[in-house]
Design a protein around this ligand. Structure first.
Ligand SMILES: NC(=O)c1ccc[n+]([C@@H]2O[C@H](COP(=O)([O-])OP(=O)(O)OC[C@H]3O[C@@H](n4cnc5c(N)ncnc54)[C@H](O)[C@@H]3O)[C@@H](O)[C@H]2O)c1
Length: 262
């Protein structure tokens, strides 16, 4: 058993103060799924550090969660990430839970894409995930405890080329799923757990340019008849971060209203 495992029955993990005094770091926390995950941890008693590149939105978001700390940074800058995580560990103590939700979505037609576009998407979504996971993982492994949830996407399985996600976005998310499995395999048994959350279409600011008509069409095409909500994702993130998921390693949890049924 490690500090983040519950020695009793797995379901006992969920209580009103399930994450009391734990330190949760959430990237992409200025909006959408990341912000909702930060809210969920905060409501469960955790100390929350919120990371995002959008400094003004981030400080507004953090102001809504008393005691939360905002750390503006660009996850595609490896030095910024390493320095910020070292500072978080120094100032707030060891990170118990990392949720990595920061990413961009792009929807360019394939023949209009160029190498610069692919590099930008992969730099932020995939290489940025490497930087964030590595920065959090080292101290967790040294301590023998910690959980990591990386937010992937159904596009990582389905591919892009549709209406809301293109090939480099989908490739970046397939890469993220593979990153999670690689880390899970290498670090299983250290006390650190890593898993991927696989959202289907979810109504967040990521789709701010998608028309409400297209959102309705997307919702109608899903078995449950609605798009996901950020709190649907946050609940699953809490589960994956909790001792209730103590035997869940390197998994890709579909939270998509039955969209993939894989
Ligand atoms: N909304 C969906 O339908 C959906 C579906 C599948 C997967 N996802 C994934 O969920 C995660 C959260 O997305 P969301 O829907 O909440 O969208 P969102 O746009 O609300 O959140 C993404 C956040 O990441 C931040 N970000 C972007 N680039 C960054 C960078 N370089 N450094 C630091 N922060 C950066 C943005 O500022 C934003 O606040 C993403 O990984 C996304 O790919 C979303």
């Amino acid at each position: 058993m490690t500090a983040t495992e519950n020695p009793g029955l797995a379901w006992e993990a969920f209580g009103p103060d399930g994450f009391a005094d734990r330190l949760a770091v959430v990237t992409g926390a200025a909006g959408g799924i990341g912000l909702e995950a930060a809210r969920a941890f905060h409501a469960q008693g955790a100390r929350v550090v919120m990371v995002d590149v959008n400094a003004s939105l981030l400080s507004q978001a953090a102001a809504g969660l008393p005691g939360a700390t905002a750390v503006p940074l660009d996850i595609s800058d490896d030095d910024q990430v390493a320095n910020a995580f070292a500072q978080i560990n120094a100032e707030h103590g060891p990170i118990d839970h990392l949720v990595h939700a920061a990413a961009i979505i792009t929807a360019k037609r394939f023949l209009e894409q160029d190498v610069a576009h692919w590099r930008r998407v992969l730099d932020i979504n995939l290489v940025g995930s490497f930087s964030v996971v590595r920065a959090a993982l080292g101290p967790m492994v040294d301590r023998g405890a910690g959980t990591i949830v990386v937010v992937a996407s159904d596009a990582g399985f389905r591919g892009g080329g549709g209406l809301i996600a293109d090939a480099p976005y989908a490739a970046s998310k397939a890469g993220v799923l593979s990153l999670v499995k690689s880390v899970a395999r290498e670090f299983a048994g250290t006390g650190v757990r890593i898993n991927a959350l696989v959202p289907g279409p979810t109504d967040t600011p990521l789709h701010s340019t998608v028309s409400s008509e297209l959102k309705q069409r997307i919702a109608a095409g899903l078995p449950v008849g609605r798009m996901g909500r950020p709190d649907d994702m946050a609940a699953a993130i809490l589960f994956l971060s909790s001792p209730a998921a103590r035997f869940v390693y390197g998994s890709a949890l579909d939270v998509d209203g039955g969209s993939m049924l894989r």
